[in-house]
Design a binder for this molecule. Structure first.
Ligand code: 5RP
Length: 294
């Protein structure tokens, strides 16, 4: 029987020791994958920095037209050149993004919940792998509810998508979901991120929290950090900086970009932290400079 947190022996995450089995490939845990998988992962993670700025605007799949995303056709073209990856539903991509853009695509492939449900944890796989291929997806994103009522079905969804993606060399992004009554503790995120990575997800999306460096160290694939609810820009940049310092390989931000009065400046400031080693203070100064006269 595996030990329970804190019972058997003290844990050591060796947070100061770099990941050991990366070979000469820039994406954590991907050294042993095939060419096709590596190509898709390279469309997501910049080979120079090893990191990514993903822009999440898939909220409509369960929240409808949230504030800031009322008109995707107006917002998205402004932001495309300022991020590395678009995370979206197939409906949003097809209708509001010109197919000649050259960035990565994280395609939302799970659905089934909505804001009027009490329990959001019951989803299904709504987009099959052939459709993901037609959409040129670089990864397929699946919501995963660990510890929630719908855990079994979400693990089933995740596994089906990973298995289908393996047939065609398309990576899977496991999105750690936090239900209404679930606590955002490091103990929970450590458990959930590790489960999702061991089930075979190639990228894990989670939230920033205390002991983040231990979560990142114990996760054998890259973690991208979700933005969550809108914060003041300065705070959001601090969270982005702490995430990268703690071992995240990118940000997958939505509301903290599209609900800002300056979404382009915000995306650029996040990019400075993610790719150019800016501190949060430097990124905040950059943001202020860019928005000075606007
Ligand atoms: C839902 C998602 C969304 O893409 C994500 O939450 C959106 O990003 P943000 O929280 O930064 O608005 O994965 O679980």
């Amino acid at each position: 029987m595996a030990d329970k947190e804190g019972i058997k022996i003290e844990k050591n995450y060796y947070t100061d020791v770099p990941f050991k089995t990366n070979g000469n490939f820039h994406v954590k845990g991907a050294a042993n994958l095939d060419w096709g998988m590596k190509k898709h992962l390279t469309n997501i993670f910049n080979p120079k920095s090893g990191n990514t700025v993903m822009f999440a605007f898939d909220h409509g799949y369960f929240m409808g037209s949230v504030s800031g995303l009322e008109r995707l056709d107006i917002l998205i073209p402004q932001l495309i050149d300022h991020v590395d990856v678009l995370m979206a539903t197939r409906g949003a991509l097809r209708t509001c993004v010109k197919p000649n853009f050259r960035k990565g695509i994280a395609l939302r492939v799970s659905a089934g919940s909505s804001m009027i449900n009490e329990d959001l944890s019951h989803e299904l796989v709504s987009v099959d792998v052939e459709e993901a291929i037609r959409m040129n997806a670089d990864c397929m994103a699946v919501q995963t509810f660990i510890g929630a009522d719908g855990q079994l079905s979400s693990i089933d969804n995740l596994s089906k998508v990973i298995n289908a993606g393996a047939r065609y060399s398309i990576p899977t992004l496991g999105v750690i979901a936090v239900g209404k009554n679930m606590e955002r503790t490091s103990q929970y995120f450590k458990l959930a991120t590790r489960i999702v990575a061991e089930l075979g997800a190639h990228i894990v999306k989670t939230y920033y929290c205390d002991d983040f460096e231990e979560i990142a160290a114990a996760c054998p694939v890259p973690i991208v950090v979700a933005g969550g609810k809108k914060l003041a820009e300065k705070e959001a940049l601090a969270m982005a900086y702490k995430s990268i310092q703690g071992g995240a390989r990118g940000l997958d931000m939505g509301r903290n970009i599209f609900q800002s009065h300056h979404p382009v400046a915000m995306a650029d400031a996040i990019g400075k932290i993610v790719h150019y080693k800016y501190t949060d203070k430097e990124a905040w100064e950059f943001f202020q400079e860019k928005t000075k006269s606007k």
